[in-house]
Design a protein around this ligand. Structure first.
Ligand SMILES: *[C@@H]1O[C@H](CO)[C@@H](O)[C@H](O)[C@H]1NC(C)=O
Ligand SMILES: *[C@@H]1O[C@H](CO)[C@@H](O)[C@H](O)[C@H]1NC(C)=O
Ligand SMILES: *[C@@H]1O[C@H](CO)[C@@H](O)[C@H](O)[C@H]1NC(C)=O
Length: 258
């Protein structure tokens, strides 16, 4: 029997796979469920195997025995109620690769195939305003968004009511394969978003008008109110200062007269 199985495994050619490769992204330290449709497994077969990268076997199942967890995978695999599906626990970067469910009958058939990519969560980002150049009818603002291994700059031009981003939304793929994006929201906040398939972090500026304070035009309500407050504060300040100067001046004159 054993020899027969070996021969069968050697000479059997791979039957065309019934399934396409399913991409799965998992955060480092988390689990992944590798599902097999039980209806695809006939009552009679030689062996069912979960295989990693076409080489290492994780689990084997024979028709009349319990699933057998193999080698290194002891303690790292949870069997499910569905007999052929498994959960791989606490994934690390080295677990990235292709997991294949192989069924051997008189031919070898692939029942399911998953391309698992294990990713670390992305690092935090910081968004800084590098320069502001206001003019009478517009304001240019340049920002830089930095992560640990990458940075991206972008310039925004804002008129009375709207802002536009030079060259459109900016994005860049970082060395670690994540993406760094800079764009603005309709409320004129600028956002930097650092993301990969399993996580994202972001930083945001205040409303662009906070950085372009010279502009006091009607339009976007949010910046009008800021401008009104600034104007009032500035005017009141000016009045107080001028009054103080005049008062001091008057006092001195009065003193001299005496
Ligand atoms: C803002 O940038 C645009 C395009 O680069 C330029 O034409 C304009 O003069 C700039 N405005 C200011 C106030 O610097
Ligand atoms: C950042 O990007 C990710 C992936 O594209 C997205 O799911 C997430 O909602 C974005 N976050 C923000 C604040 O836009
Ligand atoms: C702009 O909108 C975003 C998302 O809706 C919000 O988190 C942010 O605080 C807003 N910014 C301002 C300046 O209102």
């Amino acid at each position: 029997m054993f020899v027969f199985v070996m021969v069968a495994l050697l000479i059997c050619t791979e039957a065309p796979g019934s399934s396409a490769v399913t991409p799965v992204f998992v955060q480092t330290g988390q689990d992944v469920f590798l599902d097999v449709n039980e209806a695809d497994v006939p009552e009679e077969f030689v062996v069912f195997l979960w295989r990693f990268n076409g080489r290492n076997n994780l689990v084997s199942v024979s028709p009349k025995s319990k699933p057998n967890i193999l080698g290194d995978y002891t303690g790292r695999i949870e069997l499910s109620e569905k007999k052929y599906s498994v959960t791989l626990k606490n994934l690390q970067n080295t677990d990235s690769g292709v997991y294949t469910a192989r069924l051997t009958t008189d031919v070898v058939k692939t029942l399911a195939e998953y391309k698992v990519t294990v990713q670390d969560p992305v690092s935090p980002v910081g968004l800084t305003v590098d320069s502001v150049s206001p003019s009478s009818d517009s304001c240019n603002l340049t920002v830089t968004c930095s992560s640990v291994d990458s940075h991206i700059s972008s310039t925004f031009t804002c008129d009375d009511t709207t802002c536009s981003q030079e060259g459109g939304e900016r994005s860049e793929v970082t060395k670690s394969g994540a993406s760094l994006q800079v764009y603005h929201l309709s409320n004129a906040s600028i956002i930097c978003n650092h993301s990969n398939q399993v996580s994202w972090t972001q930083d945001m500026t205040k409303n662009i008008w906070v950085f372009c304070p010279l502009r006091c035009v009607a339009g976007a309500e949010s910046h009008t109110s800021v401008c009104v407050v600034k104007t009032v504060v500035f005017s009141v300040g000016l009045v107080i200062m001028v009054s103080a100067v005049i008062t001091v001046h008057l006092m001195e004159k009065i003193k001299k007269k005496n």
